[in-house]
Design a protein around this ligand. Structure first.
Ligand SMILES: [Zn+2]
Length: 308
């Protein structure tokens, strides 16, 4: 599992957040969808090369929980639309907030509305499939929406999504692909949620003020069989703490590692970088981002539904 809940606050915690914790409390987490205890794993910076995750351990079992069937739904989601007019079979983010405030109104669980999403509800609410239907919740980082984007290609045009300052109101319209072949031109709306494959043979270029990550995007030269110019993401991190900088590089490196492994199993698998950022006003191949919560790297199969 890539997300769990803090059992004291009920807030969602992404496994990657374990990287930046000074100490990890192994007892503090429960499942995203039920009250079962889960355990953080692979978070030791010194020993583990892989990305952290949460696990049930050898004994624990989900109780009346949507997350239990998640893998099956993700598998199905690669081939067909899994959402319906009644809702989506798994919890998914539909809104990004950049404030630290919790949503104000409480629902029947006595929890703020956004935090209650995905918690077990009464059986009477289940539909004929024996599954709950979800309508979206608010998140503070883009990572879980990027996972939803990768996992459910056929649902992208139906799932609502809202990011302040970014055009579009569905997953399909909010995410902007920086392709590996197109000449980059200055965009009319320069601030977007961009994504591109990572150029995994190029190391990050690091300085005190920023780090530059090379993207597998930019104009392709047919004759030479190579890119004319590769796009770059410049992360302006002069006011970031050391630990925040380290976790970005760690996530980038872990994704490169995962992509190498995944590529052996599937040709479509690559390492991807997602960021809410802006295209440079003068150089169309340069992009800027400065908020750690709005940058993430994930490995996986990227499927694009055929254009109608
Ligand atoms: Zn569960």
């Amino acid at each position: 599992m890539d997300t769990a809940r803090n059992k004291h606050t009920y807030e969602l915690v992404e496994a990657e957040e374990l990287w930046s914790m000074a100490t990890v409390d192994s007892e503090a987490y429960i499942c995203h969808g039920c009250p079962t205890q889960v355990f953080p794993a692979s978070f030791d910076k010194g020993r583990n090369k892989k990305r952290p995750y949460f696990t049930l351990g050898p004994v624990n079992k989900h109780v009346d929980c949507d997350i239990d069937g998640q893998e099956k739904i993700v598998k199905r989601g690669k081939k067909e639309r899994v959402g319906t007019a009644e809702g989506f079979p798994l919890p998914f983010p539909n809104k990004l907030t950049l404030t630290d405030e919790r949503p104000a109104q409480a629902d029947g669980n006595g929890l703020p509305a956004g935090l209650a999403e995905g918690l077990p509800r009464s059986r009477g609410e289940k539909n004929g499939e024996g599954r709950r239907r979800h309508h979206g919740h608010t998140v503070k980082t883009i990572r879980s929406m990027c996972r939803t984007f990768i996992n459910f290609p056929k649902d992208r045009e139906f799932l609502p999504l809202e990011i302040p300052g970014v055009p579009g109101n569905t997953y399909a319209r909010v995410f902007s692909y920086l392709s590996g072949s197109k000449k980059q031109e200055l965009l009319e709306a320069p601030t977007r949620l961009f994504y591109a494959a990572i150029r995994w043979t190029v190391d990050p270029v690091i300085s005190e003020t920023h780090c530059e990550l090379t993207l597998h995007a930019g104009e392709w030269d047919q004759e030479k069989g190579a890119h004319k110019l590769l796009c770059r993401l410049r992360v302006n991190w002069s006011d970031w703490s050391r630990s925040r900088r380290d976790t970005l590089i760690r996530e980038f490196e872990a994704t490169r590692e995962e992509a190498r492994e995944d590529a052996k199993k599937s040709k479509l698998a690559k390492g991807w970088i997602f960021f809410v950022g802006s295209q440079d006003a003068l150089d169309p191949s340069l992009f800027h981002a400065d908020n750690r919560r709005l940058i993430c790297c994930l490995s996986g199969e990227m499927i694009w539904p055929a254009r109608k």
